[in-house]
Design a protein around this ligand. Structure first.
Ligand SMILES: Cc1ncc(COP(=O)(O)O)c(C=O)c1O
Length: 429
């Protein structure tokens, strides 16, 4: 029996159950991933004991020499990885990074132009239910109805009409490469600043699999999770011009002391993201996503915008007369985790939805290749088809599919996976 189960058996049970869930179910939520062992260790390290308000060399607490070392390392690595002038690695999360960016770039009441939440944008880009929609005058743009791609004509028209202080690019549920150069051109035309939230695609950007927003944006925000495969947390990249304002906005603007063990984990994340193994991993994510989307499309489901250029895609379930809510439940019952998601111009409510969002960063981390993706697609198609055809659950078939999911998980175990070894070898070389 380990220490935790002696000290707190109830809490320990939750951890064991979660380990079991992660090991034995297939994770397709596009914002999730499985971090490397080194990141898990960093998160649980003694850096958690330290308070370190301020920045390297300018702290409000004593004894920060080792924190200064690790934070400077994280900053340097982030700048090198993304080719940025300046990095702030203290934001506790993606939303905090965005709040700090707004505080640095805007005055309360300023106009911001961000992507419509129901077309794939994020809550923190000006949604009315977020503080960002409350403090700023939020205008939204979306995707075109015919091809479901970002509508740059609409952005230009709205930017010209509303003269926003800030245009925001970046999304949570958009499967196509984003043309940051076009965003910059529009921002320059109307004299607006440009922020890019690259939270979802940061890993792809680091690996050169997606256009880097850094040369085009005044400020780039991100999480260290998702495709970047680090621990929970955020960071900001800026041009020198904005560095001081951004640092002040993060601390003392929107945060107190940084979560030092997160900064430790971010430093490691940025180092791993610069390796060849990481690049291959990102390429495999794109191959897996594309292949899974193709297989679902071949089966008669509709892929929003007709495909994907990144780690995720949206499935329109209307051709099979299913809702996102029901599909999420059916897949959950057999051990596949997805989230229901609005599709552009959805007729259903956000609680019901016509779609699901699927991402393959997590399954690729556990070693899924094309053969596994084919099996996974067959399972998803069968589970959804039974429901679409019968509108009742077939318990025997459900059991069989659940067993197939378990088999795929056993074939690609999560912990002590070959990827860890591969990574270690990469360091040794
Ligand atoms: C584009 C984007 N920005 C910001 C966030 C928020 O990140 P966090 O949950 O770390 O605050 C998300 C989360 O999924 C996101 O998709």
């Amino acid at each position: 029996m380990d220490n935790l189960s002696l000290i707190d058996p109830e809490a320990s049970r939750c951890l064991k159950n979660e380990l079991n869930r992660q090991e034995n179910t297939i994770e397709l939520i596009a914002s999730e991933n499985f971090v490397y062992n080194s990141i898990l260790k960093a998160q649980g390290s003694i850096f958690t004991n330290k308070y370190a308000e301020g920045y390297p060399g300018e702290r409000y607490h004593g004894g920060c020499e080792n924190i200064d070392c690790i934070e400077s390392m994280a900053i340097e690595r982030a700048c090198k990885l993304f080719n940025a002038d300046h990095a702030n690695v203290q934001p506790h999360s993606g939303v905090n990074a965005n709040l700090a960016a707004y505080m640095a770039l805007l005055e309360p009441g300023d106009t911001i132009l961000g992507m419509n939440l129901s077309h794939g944008g994020h809550l923190s880009h000006g949604s009315k239910v977020s503080i960002t929609g409350e403090y700023y005058n939020s205008i939204i743009y979306g995707v075109r109805e015919d091809d479901e791609r970002i509508d740059f004509a609409e952005i230009e028209e709205k930017a010209t009409k509303h003269q926003p202080e800030l245009i925001i690019a970046g999304a949570s549920a958009y499967s196509r490469e984003i043309d940051f150069k076009k965003f910059r051109e529009i921002a320059d035309k109307v004299g607006s600043k440009l922020m890019v939230d690259m939270a979802h695609i940061a890993g792809l950007v680091a690996a050169g699999e997606h256009l880097n927003p850094v040369p085009y944006a005044d400020v780039v925000t991100s999480t260290s999770t998702k495709t970047l495969r680090g621990a929970r947390g955020g960071f900001i990249l800026t041009k020198d011009k904005w560095a001081e304002k951004i640092d002040k906005a993060v601390f003392p603007g929107v945060q107190g002391g940084p979560i030092v063990q997160n900064i430790f984990a971010k430093a490691i994340t940025f180092k791993i993201a610069a390796t060849e193994v990481f690049k291959k991993y990102q390429q495999q994510i794109c191959l897996n996503t594309n292949y899974l989307a193709e297989l679902l499309d071949d089966a008669g489901l509709r892929i929003v915008s007709g495909g994907t250029d990144n780690h995720l895609f949206l499935v329109d379930l209307c051709p099979w007369n299913l809702t996102g809510e029901r599909a999420e439940e059916i897949l959950n019952e057999i051990g596949i985790t997805v989230n229901k998601n609005l599709i552009p111009y959805d007729q259903k409510s956000p609680k019901v939805t016509s779609g699901i969002r699927i991402g393959t960063a997590a399954v690729t981390s556990r070693g899924f290749g094309q053969e596994d993706i084919k099996k996974l697609a067959d399972i998803i198609i069968e589970a959804l088809r039974i429901e679409a055809d019968n509108k009742t659950s077939d318990k025997t078939k459900q059991k069989e599919l659940k067993a197939e999911v378990k088999e795929l998980c056993l074939k690609n175990p999560l912990y002590l996976s070959p990827l860890e070894n591969e990574l270690i070898e990469d360091y040794i070389k």
